[in-house]
Design a protein. Structure first.
Length: 142
């Protein structure tokens, strides 16, 4: 539940959002695959949507979005992943978080090196921040 501290809600909300993003990323990068659905279930809004580089819908609905993470981690062996600290913009019960990433992974016998930016939209629902939307924007030079 959100802390209500007069004059300090921005920093409190930002910290809660950072913790949520860290939890989500640690779940798919370091957690056990069998624990991933339950972990992401606590992070994603029921109406969660993921859009790809072309901003077309890649997954819609919490279950489909969780499945997209499961599909990736079950097919890829992540060698390295670096995530920058998110920049967060708050507006009442909504927020946008933006962060860059670099990743090296193996899939189908090939090694991939990619980088890009994730844009997350979040909403505070019943006192909890949830991720409602994600866009994965790869760098075009990759």
């Amino acid at each position: 539940m959100s802390s209500i501290i007069a004059g300090y809600n921005g920093p409190v909300d930002e910290q809660q959002i950072r913790e949520l993003i860290d939890y989500m990323n640690n779940a798919w990068l370091q957690g056990a695959i069998e624990e991933l659905p339950a972990a992401l279930d606590t992070c994603f809004h029921d109406q969660m949507t993921i859009r790809g580089a072309d901003l077309q819908i890649a997954s819609a609905g919490k279950d489909a979005c969780i499945q997209s993470y499961l599909d990736f981690v079950s097919q890829a062996a992540i060698r390295e992943c670096t995530l920058e600290e998110p920049s967060i913009d708050l507006a009442g019960d909504s927020a946008v978080a933006v962060y860059s990433w670099d990743m090296t992974y193996d899939m189908d016998g090939q090694t991939y090196e990619e980088s890009g930016t994730d844009v997350l939209m979040l909403a505070r629902v019943l006192g909890r921040w949830l991720i409602t939307w994600r866009a994965m924007l790869p760098n075009t030079a990759d």
